[in-house]
Design a protein around this ligand. Structure first.
Ligand SMILES: C[S@@+](CC[C@H](N)C(=O)[O-])C[C@H]1O[C@@H](n2cnc3c(N)ncnc32)[C@H](O)[C@@H]1O
Length: 496
């Protein structure tokens, strides 16, 4: 069977659904396989190398209206150089077609819907130039409704226009599904969040950033739906002698600190037995998104509260048996104080999972930030998106290959987080070791992939060394990309 035959196989989507339902594969792996099937397809490959003038509407339809590509774009936020370049070209083809024909056919409505939904998921990071704007303004002169429709592929649209389009095209299933997804932004605004909030002077800029760009926008859950006790998860990763603490505690009190838009909360509740969680964050807009997503799921006992880790009121929330704080502390002006505040509300013997940036793994990001210092320091969106687009379209750019492994390159809030954060500190393993000592907490193990574990064991042999930070430091010095997302590890609070 050739690759092309495989893509045509009708049952493939059913098979994927089955694999997901049975928890036989992670969403990320499945997404990767589908992505490879798409980009290795002969038709797609040829179109990828064609200029916009050489592509006609039916070519675009022939790619986007296949079951597999449609499935991918419907279910995932794409993080693909190839697909993004193709969608941006397709958007130009759609605009040119409307300008020339002065009509919107069923095919056009289908394409607008597919491209707009993906543009919404990626938070409108797709680059447009002056010529695009000129063309869409010409469409406005021809027909205001067509103009509004086309704008959905470029910008976050206001409620009045969404309502207008929804009425105007109420019988078109594709536009209906586009409106349904884009309406999430409107529905999220209506959510209420509790706050007993005192802002620390040092947290203001970070808060502002996440109010503008709640992180991450998401629609699809990225975790397996298998219910396991936390203890079993720890046993896979942590020092066995230290994993007994939760035994006998059926319902540990859990805190997700810096929960963002709730992907982590839903992930935690979906993959463990525990469904009773308190989630806090400094950004109301992130919390609203998180609460909206949780309300849409079948998870019921999650409460959300606005709070600043640098100003945690110990009496407000009580103490916890388990805390997760991933991707947050390195954005505090005083990471140690924030971490220490969390340890204060952790029960003796309780466990905290922390995620911190690795200075070594981020050295190429630092190089990018240095090269584009003016744009990253000032978060100059237009220039940054243009730089990004040049990288995507230039296979010879040193960053083209490099950024393909960072999913955070492909949507606006994540890209801002990756290269233009207002407050960021990076860590080394020796520095973490010293902080653990000052906090009087014990390292229990890294949350790592199987490949990384095997690589480490091939080098050091002995499993007990997995729990020794000195060996990990030596390992990272030789393998600088080992913690390219961030260091994620568990620690236990000492009983005395
Ligand atoms: C990169 S996001 C990570 C979100 C989530 N933990 C995840 O992994 O998806 C960082 C989050 O930390 C929150 N944050 C930053 N400073 C904070 C503070 N001082 N107190 C509470 N939350 C904070 C931000 O609002 C943002 O939602």
């Amino acid at each position: 069977m050739t690759l092309d035959d495989l893509i045509k196989t009708d049952s493939i989507v059913t098979d994927i659904e089955y694999i997901l339902e049975q928890g036989k594969g992670g969403v990320d792996q499945i997404k990767y396989v589908i992505h490879m099937l798409i980009v290795k397809n002969k038709n797609f490959h040829e179109l990828q190398n064609s200029s916009v003038d050489e592509i006609n509407l039916d070519d675009v339809i022939s790619v986007l209206n296949t079951k597999l590509v449609y499935y991918y774009l419907e279910n995932f936020q794409m993080n693909s150089n190839y697909l993004e370049v193709f969608l941006v070209k397709s958007r130009k083809v759609v605009v040119d077609f409307i300008l020339q024909r002065e009509e919107v056919s069923d095919k056009i409505l289908f394409l607008i819907s597919v491209i707009s939904k993906q543009a919404w998921k990626c938070e409108y990071i797709f680059f447009y130039d002056d010529e695009d704007i000129e063309k869409i303004n010409k469409i406005k002169e021809i027909n205001e409704i067509y103009y509004n429709l086309v704008c959905f592929m470029f910008f976050e649209m206001p409620k009045e226009i969404i309502d207008l389009i929804s009425v105007e095209f109420n019988s078109d299933i594709y536009i209906k599904s586009m409106v349904e997804m884009i309406n999430i932004s409107q529905e999220v605004k209506l959510i209420d969040i509790e706050s007993s909030f005192k802002i620390n002077d040092d947290s203001g800029l970070v808060r502002e950033m996440y109010e503008e760009n709640p992180y991450p926008r998401w629609t699809y859950n990225n975790y397996l739906r298998c219910k396991v006790p936390l203890g079993n998860i720890f046993e896979n990763f942590c020092d066995r002698d230290k994993t007994k603490f939760l035994n006998g505690r059926k319902n540990p009190r859990v805190l997700i600190a810096g929960c963002g838009t709730g992907k982590q909360v839903v992930g935690f509740c979906e993959s463990t037995l525990y469904k009773e969680v308190l989630a806090i964050d400094i950004s109301v807009n992130s919390l609203k998104y998180a609460k909206y997503m949780v309300e849409k799921s079948d998870i019921k006992k999650v409460s959300f509260h606005q709070a600043d880790l640098l100003n945690l009121d110990k009496n407000s929330f009580g103490t916890f048996d388990y805390i997760e704080c991933v991707g947050v502390l390195h954005h505090l002006k005083q990471p140690f104080e924030g971490w220490s505040n969390l340890i204060d509300i952790l029960e003796p013997g309780g466990v905290i999972k922390v995620g911190l940036y690795s200075a070594q793994a981020r050295s190429s990001i630092n190089q990018f930030k240095q090269e584009y210092k003016q744009e990253t320091d000032n978060y100059d969106v237009k220039s940054l998106y243009e730089i990004r687009s040049n990288i995507l379209n230039n296979n010879d750019s040193p960053y083209n290959d490099f950024f393909q492994k960072w999913s955070d390159f492909y949507s606006a809030s994540a890209f801002r987080d990756l290269v233009a954060h207002v407050q960021e500190e990076q860590f080394t393993i020796p520095k973490i070791k010293e902080m653990l000592k000052r906090l009087n907490i014990e390292f229990m193990g890294f949350h790592i992939s199987r490949e990384l574990r095997v690589k480490f064991l091939n080098e050091f042999g002995d499993e007990s060394k997995l729990f020794n930070l000195d060996y990990w430091s030596e390992f990272e010095n030789k393998n600088k990309d080992s913690f390219y997302g961030m260091y994620q590890f568990w620690c236990r609070k000492n009983k005395s």
